[in-house]
Every structure is written in C-alpha cells, then in structure tokens.
Design a protein. Structure first.
Length: 262
C-alpha cells in the first residue's frame, strides 16, 4: 500500500474534501466555501491529494474543477479487504489460550495426564507415494515444510533406517528455538514410516515423547496420508506444546501439500 495515499487521507481537512467530492465534482471556490477555508489552503490540500492520485484538478477556462480518482479508492478498498477477510488470528489465539489453560489444569492434577492420548490426521496430498516419501526422509526436503506457520526449520537431521537418529529444531521470528530428538523405528519405502520424537526443554530434558506412525496409500488424487500420533510420556511443562499439537501438524501438512503442488 502506498504510504502517501494514507498520509493524504490522514489530515482532517483533506478527508473532508474527499467526502465532499464523493457527491460530485466541485470547483476550488466551492470547496473553500463549503469547508470555510481560504482558497490557498484548499489549493495546497488538493495538491497533496493529487500527488497521492486521489484527486484530479481539471482547468476549465478560469475555473478549476476537482474530481475523485475512484480507482485509487478501489486499491485502498482491496487492501483493507485483506484485513477484513484474513485469518481471524485473534480468535485462533483465544482458542489456543483456552486449550492451554485446560491442559495446564489437567497436568496439575496428574503430571502424566496426556500419556496414551492418540491423535489421528488423514490428508490427501497431490503426489504419488514415491514422490511424497523424500519429504519425510531427507533433511533437505523436510526443512521446507516440517514446522507450523510463522516457524522455520533451523536444524533438521534424519537417518531413515531402523534405529537411525532424528533431530528437529524449529525457530520463531524472534529467534526462540524449540528442539526435539528421536529415532526411526521402522521403514517400508514408500508406504510406511514409524518414528519417535521427544520435545526437549532448554536444559535438554524431555518434556514429552510421541510415537508417530505414517502411512502413504495410493489415491486417485495422489497419496492418502494417514498420520497417527500417540503420546507415550508427558510432563506438566509440556502442556502448551500438547495443546497446540493438532494445529501445528495441520499447518505443517498444509505446507507439505503446497510444496508437493509445485
């Protein structure tokens, strides 16, 4: 969005001029009379509006007639629509806060409250299993998607063999990092992958551990990806991460789908 446009509209007298011209074109003298301003003041305001592309001043003999350039307002409308119809982030954050509060309350009663919990996600992605497989088993491809929105993958390692080590570090824009580590349990390329990952605290202690079972089945639209997540151990400090686990995976799989669509 052009900052000059917003600055032009931010001044009260210029905004009043725009509102006046919305009804019909006016001469400079008519604007001065309607707004009880001196003509030199009106002329300076009109020059600012004209530089921003909001108004055109047409010399008609001895008169100067001013009219709105409505296309510029259409650009402003489209820009504002992005804020109106964008993701309702406030509502999402409020929902996440409630989920965190609920998990913390449960953890206070029983530190192992989440053990045995199962989360299942079914998703169809636009590529064959053989094409999807590298995005789960090679660090270079995993870096492109394996983190929720507003996170990046700062570090990623995987040895895609039974017993092979895995490590993932996600980073927020402010530099905060969240590490997890685990190992591969079983592989059947390109149709099955089982692995375990443990979220690590700043001191390296395990906050909670999760067993993942991923299945890649042929589908008319590409691959039906079935992900089962089972929490095998948990601690009270893990409550915020566990509360956001489904949303985090859904957003990560959205990224995966976009990468595969390329």
């Amino acid at each position: 969005m052009d900052v000059a446009l917003l600055q032009a509209l931010a001044e009260p007298s210029r905004l009043r001029i725009v509102e006046l011209l919305d009804g019909r074109p006016h001469t400079v003298g008519e604007i001065a009379a309607a707004l009880t301003l001196r003509q030199p003041q009106v002329t300076k305001h009109l020059q600012t509006l004209a530089r921003a592309g909001l108004v055109t001043v047409h010399p008609l003999g001895q008169r100067r007639v001013c009219a709105l350039e409505r296309e510029r307002f259409a650009e402003l409308r489209d820009w504002l629509d992005g804020f109106v119809h964008g993701e309702p982030s406030g509502a999402v954050l409020e929902e996440y806060r409630r989920a965190v509060d609920a998990e913390i309350a449960a953890a206070e009663e029983d530190p192992a409250w989440a053990e045995g919990r199962i989360l299942r996600i079914l998703r169809t992605v636009p590529a064959r299993p053989a094409e999807v497989w590298p995005f789960w088993t090679t660090a270079e491809r995993m870096r492109t998607w394996w983190a929720p929105e507003h996170f990046t993958v700062a570090e990623c390692e995987i040895d895609p063999r039974p017993g092979g080590a895995m490590r993932l570090v996600m980073q927020e824009a402010d530099g905060a990092r969240y590490a997890s580590a685990g190992h591969v349990l079983d592989v059947s390329p390109p149709y099955a992958l089982d692995f375990t990952m443990a979220a690590l605290g700043p001191d390296g202690a395990r906050l909670f551990e999760v067993l993942h079972a991923v299945r890649f089945d042929e589908h008319p639209d590409g691959t039906q990806l079935a992900l089962e997540i089972r929490i095998t151990s948990s601690t009270a400090p893990a409550a915020p991460a566990i509360a956001g686990m489904r949303v985090g995976w859904e957003q990560s799989l959205d990224k995966l789908a976009r990468e595969l669509a390329r």
